[in-house]
Design a protein around this ligand. Structure first.
Ligand code: GLV
Ligand code: MN
Ligand code: MN
Ligand code: MN
Length: 411
């Protein structure tokens, strides 16, 4: 077993400090992508990196890298990290754990006298969550060449602010750090994360070796009716977009409940126009998040949802756009074996499991050998202010990452 140790106290203290940026009164954080809070969080990370001699840089997609420029700098780096943006009422650990675990693992390796044969990069990806700017994973998708910079720059938030302007503001806040075009060769990518489900907790395991990520489709659907006076327009003459939405939503929910229990179907956002008490609604726009581990089933259910919209929207007009169409992916066998062995050698109970949540590692898997290390979170609760991970599990996940990074950078 490796004698190397990291500072569990420093890692925990930093997680709590990062959690104060965007802290909500009742707990949890609101630190959405490219916000003033995320800029403040960048400053904190860059400062911690600088104390340890890590060099910050960014790219046009707003990803943040902290580099340990060691070994043969002509070789592609090993990369580890996650994201520091959150849901509007998010928890302290989703993304923050993986990013700070990577920072701590690199600092501890450096302090231990380890001499890596190639550079090591800590990364914080831009807009994993996709709550302010939908869909998410923008930074990693552009980095992996799966979406263009122009496409993400054109996306707007609910206030009409574009990703382009918000990115320019972010970069203007850090004029001194080097910036390059997104995407460069990476030797391997490892992302630690809280599980966001309760399989580890239920089985008593401390480390999850993630086999892959289940597939996901995101739809943005729009129903267009006819605005009218709520007191005068006879019911039979109405094209009420909200009533049409209600029919569509009920039909979809009923259908998805009849499918197998692996289906995850959510309508998480709905906008109504003009959203006034005495006006027959003219328009409803809503987002559907659909997930399933079997790509064939996922495709079939996606087509079924589009058909149900068409069947139940009448007399309103309708449109469906697919924002995300991501099939299930599998992670690198060799990296998974290294993670499992490192965990067992440290004495942590291990479970192999599929990730039900989405992560930037899905994009990186298309570019480089990639894998994920999961730790338990209390009750499996996530995307919630009460999200919680135990300090000893935080330390365990980061320690496994440290061992994995040591192995990947040993000559
Ligand atoms: C967002 O956090 C997701 O899991 O898709
Ligand atoms: Mn996350
Ligand atoms: Mn999340
Ligand atoms: Mn996620």
């Amino acid at each position: 077993m490796s004698a190397r140790a990291l500072s569990a106290e420093r890692l925990w203290a930093r997680l709590m400090e990062l959690g104060r940026i965007g802290a909500l009164p009742g707990g949890g954080v609101n630190r959405q992508a490219l916000s003033a809070e995320e800029i403040e969080a960048w400053r904190l990370l860059i400062g911690w990196g600088a104390q340890a001699g890590l060099v910050p840089s960014t790219d046009d997609a707003g990803n943040l890298f902290l580099a340990w420029r060691a070994g043969d700098t002509a070789l592609p780096p090993v990369m580890a990290g996650s994201h520091i943006d959150s849901q509007p009422t998010g928890g302290l650990f989703d993304g923050a754990f993986g990013t700070l675990a990577a920072l701590e693992a690199v600092i501890a390796l450096k302090e231990s006298g380890h001499r890596p044969c190639r550079p090591v990069l800590v990364v914080a990806w831009m807009n994993e969550e996709g709550s302010r700017f939908a869909p998410g994973m923008m930074g990693s998708e552009v980095f992996a060449g799966r979406r263009s910079l122009a496409e993400i720059r054109a996306v707007r938030d609910a206030q009409g602010v574009g990703v382009g302007e918000a990115l320019d503001r972010l970069h203007a806040a850090f004029p001194q750090i080097e910036r390059r075009s997104p995407g460069f060769p990476v030797a391997a990518y490892v992302e630690p994360h809280i599980e966001q489900a309760d399989m580890l907790e239920a089985s008593g395991a401390v480390i999850g070796v993630v086999s892959g990520i289940q597939g996901k489709k995101t739809f943005e659907m729009t129903i267009v009716g006819r605005q009218a006076h709520a007191g005068t327009e006879p019911m039979v003459r109405r094209s009420d977009a909200l009533q049409a939405f209600a029919r569509v939503a009920c039909a979809m929910q009923a259908q998805m409940e009849r499918e197998d229990e692996a289906v995850r179907f959510t309508i998480g956002r709905i906008e109504v126009e003009p959203n006034a008490p005495s006006v027959v609604p003219a328009l409803v726009r809503f987002c559907i998040d659909l997930r399933h581990p079997d790509n064939g089933v996922l495709d079939r259910l996606g087509r079924r949802l589009e058909a149900l919209l068409a069947e139940h929207a009448a007399p309103c007009a309708f449109e469906a756009r697919r924002l995300v169409d991501a099939p299930s992916n599998g992670f690198d066998e060799r990296l998974r074996a290294i993670i499992g062995r490192s965990a067992r050698e440290r004495g942590y109970p291990v479970l192999d499991l599929l990730s039900a949540a989405g992560h930037d590692a899905r994009q990186m898997a298309a570019l480089a050998p990639s894998a994920m290390i999961f730790i338990p979170c209390r009750g499996g609760l996530s995307h919630h202010p009460d999200e919680w991970a135990e300090p000893e599990h935080i330390a365990a996940g980061a320690t496994v990452l440290l061992d994995v990074l040591a192995e990947l950078t040993s000559p």
